[in-house]
Design a protein around this ligand. Structure first.
Ligand code: 6PG
Length: 468
């Protein structure tokens, strides 16, 4: 017998994904250089006619039905190229290699072009949802050759998370479309995480919320319009006792956030495209500032901070909920704006409504809001920005005043709210028909004769600004 699906890399994600494939009625074969991982999978699979594995690449490839559908869940970077090279001599024309990691999109384009010349279909398919998602149903973002996708479609649709019965996977576009969409997913993830941490901070510092109150508040929010995976896990985090010391674990965790690069890539690429995503940019910067812990400790000694004027809990809670809702919307708006622009620039032909749909379950940024977002883009697929959607005008208008108040309160009391204030500033700027950048044009023309355009007539102008 031959197996339906192959997996290279039997770490946590690979093992969970392959078990999910087998739970859904497909036979699967794994491959890893580490015999312990191979044995662990065989043991957990329980029946080698359904899930089997080998350390030997040739045995692995011979075990798969053709065209072979081989997913790689290995660390992004050189290892992906090494695995491809090791498989290549024993592949047949028409086989599919699916990179499920967070590979950089230009690497995917390079690999796709290289393998296409050899008749092999290469897919970049972002997989979101962590280990539990991989086991129980992730959101999958595949891009590559549309016809070849048909071979893997039934398997992906079976294993993906379901939102009201609809699988959270769709063919997204050619070349690196899948990896690109996953990269922006992660940029949004960074933004939402930063915003959640700011709200935690202000509830704590501004209104003395303890961990039980934080748990209850986030839990209640998760039952309302803020319903989302990140709000849900945040509420659970506050409840976790510490095994090594008194109190709750969250209070003992070092405040230095690590990153593997996808948020930074989103920001860098948004700059290249000329699309503003300041809520994502600041989330990356905050991880960088957090890493400067020693410097922060020294700098803290040099300056006085204002004494925090405490706010009453119910006023604070209402403002915090509204501000988080507002800034979540702004962050999704920015990420989706970037996707729409990248779609034109890189020829991905993305369907934004479809992307919002496959994010409704399984992935880290899943949220009740995504159902509204997909509807907004279904109603108008060429919506330039979510902020232009009539249904979102109402949601944003109803929450912006609280955000203004909370950002002002944070500024006055020395509590940094950079994600919230960047979201607010983006909103105020994007919705201003007149910005002061006329002055910048005047300055550019003054010192460098860079010219300017006028409001009242066509043409390119230059002025001799300096008086004799
Ligand atoms: C997901 C996540 C995942 C990512 C982690 C870590 O969708 O399941 O985005 O792919 O690797 O969130 O990212 P950082 O280490 O950069 O925070």
């Amino acid at each position: 017998m031959k197996y339906d699906f192959g997996m290279v890399g039997l770490g946590v994600m690979g093992r969970n994904f392959i078990l999910n494939v087998s739970d859904n009625g497909f036979t699967a074969y794994g491959n890893d250089l580490d015999p312990e991982k191979v044995n662990a999978l065989i043991e957990e699979g329980g029946d080698t006619s359904k899930v089997n594995a080998s350390t030997d690449s040739k045995t692995f490839l011979e075990a798969l039905s053709t065209p072979r559908k081989i997913m790689l869940l290995v660390p992004a970077g050189k290892i992906v190229d090494m695995v491809i090279e090791s498989l290549l001599p024993n592949l047949d024309e028409g086989d599919l290699i699916i990179d499920g990691g967070n590979s950089f999109y230009t690497d995917t384009d390079r690999r796709e072009a290289y393998l296409a010349k050899k008749g092999i279909n290469f897919f970049g398919a972002g997989v979101s949802g962590g280990a539990k998602g991989a086991r129980k149903g992730p959101s999958i973002m595949p891009g590559g050759n549309r016809e070849a996708y048909q071979h893997v479609k039934p398997i992906f649709e079976a294993v993906a998370a379901k939102y009201q019965g609809e699988p959270c996977v769709a063919y997204l576009g050619p070349k690196s479309a899948g990896n690109y969409v996953k990269m922006v997913h992660n940029g949004i993830e960074y933004g939402l995480m930063q915003l959640t941490s700011e709200i935690y901070d202000i509830l704590k510092k501004g209104a003395d919320y303890n961990n039980d109150e934080l748990h209850k508040t986030f839990d209640a929010w998760n039952k309302g319009r803020l319903q989302s995976f990140l709000v849900e896990i945040t509420s659970e985090i506050f409840e976790q006792e510490d095994d090594l010391a008194e109190g709750r674990l969250v209070d003992q965790i070092l405040d230095k956030a690590k990153q593997k690069g996808t948020g930074k890539w989103t920001s860098q690429n948004a700059m290249d495209l000329g699309i503003p995503v300041p809520s994502i940019d600041i989330a990356v910067s905050m991880r960088e500032i957090s890493a400067l812990k020693d410097e922060r400790i020294e700098a803290d000694k040099l300056y006085d901070r204002p004494k925090v004027e405490k706010m009453d809990k119910s006023t604070m809670e209402k403002m915090a909920e509204e501000s988080l809702y507002f800034s979540f919307i702004i962050t999704y708006a920015q990420g989706l704006h970037q996707l729409a622009d990248a779609s034109k620039e890189y020829g991905y032909d993305l369907n934004i409504a479809e992307i919002a749909k496959i994010w409704r379950a399984g992935c880290i940024i899943r949220a009740g809001l995504l159902a509204d977002i997909s509807e907004a883009f279904e109603a108008n697929p060429s919506l330039p920005n979510l902020l232009m959607s009539p249904t979102f005008v109402e949601k944003v208008q109803g929450t912006v005043d609280s955000t203004r108040e909370l950002v002002a309160y944070g500024a006055k009391n020395g509590i940094p709210l950079p994600g919230l204030s960047n979201s607010l500033t983006y909103f105020d700027a994007y919705t201003s028909s007149r910005l002061p950048l006329n002055l910048i044009q005047a300055q550019r023309d003054y010192f460098g004769s860079h010219t300017y355009e006028r409001l009242d007539r066509e043409g390119i102008y230059h002025t001799e600004w300096e008086k004799e």
